[in-house]
Design a protein around this ligand. Sequence first.
Ligand code: V47
Length: 372
Amino acid sequence: MNVTFEDRRLEPIRKKVEAGERLSYEDGVTLFRSNDLLGLGYMANIVRERKHGNLTYFNVNRHINPTDVCVASCRLCAFGKQKRDPNSYTMSLEQVWETAGKGLTEAVTEFHIVGGLHPELTLDWFCQMLRGLKERYPEVHLKAFTMVEIGYFARREKMSIREVLEQLRTAGMDSLPGGGAEVFSERVRRIICDHKLTGDEWLETARTAHELGLSSNCTMLYGHIENEEDRVDHLVRLRGLQDQTNGFVTFIPLAFHPDNTALSHIAKTSGFDDLKTIAVARLMLDNIPHIKAYWVMMTPRIAQVALRFGADDIDGTVVEEKIYHDAGSTVTQGLRRGELLRLIKLAGRTPVERDTLYRPVVRTETAFTVLV
Ligand code: V47
């Protein structure tokens, strides 16, 4: 198709995209600085359709957050609470297992399990939690613990990252979600999450997981105090690790939600920036298979549009989400499988229910089978 871009600076980048060439750091900065959203979307859609055609993925999942008690007190977060806070909570093991069961009404294929850095819950407690989930729900994939939680367990238990990951895997952890990466820039981390592990530590933890054969996702938190260079640096560092390990499955850009955080003076991101970030991510992360438009974070309406701006995945039913809702998200708690199908079809895409590792799930009235 013969399209002329409004922003002429995109023309050399368009040539690279059409030729399947890798984009440079400088290209990334140019992309983020451009307001030619349709030009960005046009290019991102080329890459998206080259990789996935018209297919758009979703899953039937449930979030479980065993505790919101967290020693880190990150300014960006509205979820974590001090142990002495009367509004904090910590589930018992039985409560975790019971909560998990509530999601099975739609035959969940994945539990997404993350929580605060609790000062007293031991690695053994989390291993018991995983074993109990596997005993009760053997067919459900356990995508559990951010790199931040893994780093914290290692520090508390005086063990190596590798040992922690091995113990959790033996107990039933199947893969890791992508949270906690925020933005790798040290300048930014000092302000938004100064008690968290460094960007290098996050990447090294992901590397170790991948070396052990565990897949993970990756994320970038945007729309706070970072600039275009910080965003591109983050993406290029993820891409560099992926070149070495090939362990990242999906990238999820996460828009900062300021309400009830120590950064509540910062304005919410715009739909324009949300779509731009999806598009630039698709263009820069040439080696990460999937880009997810997480509907909880960007609203179902923008997530649907994002399916034409580089995204090929819309996340899942989610069922019970706390991190974004504590930070002011007003989107519905959970979408039914049928609603996800409808969103995807109305964007002119072909929905595919997937498991966590993107194997198609085939459903009958009462059961599901993962096609291996
Ligand atoms: O780790 C915390 C971020 C993450 C806020 O891997 C915030 O499939 C915005 O990682 N505003 C949790 N973001 C969400 C997450 C995720 C979600 C969906 C799918 C997957 C996946 C991963 O949200 C946290 C942190 O990076 N976060 N507070 C906030 N106020």
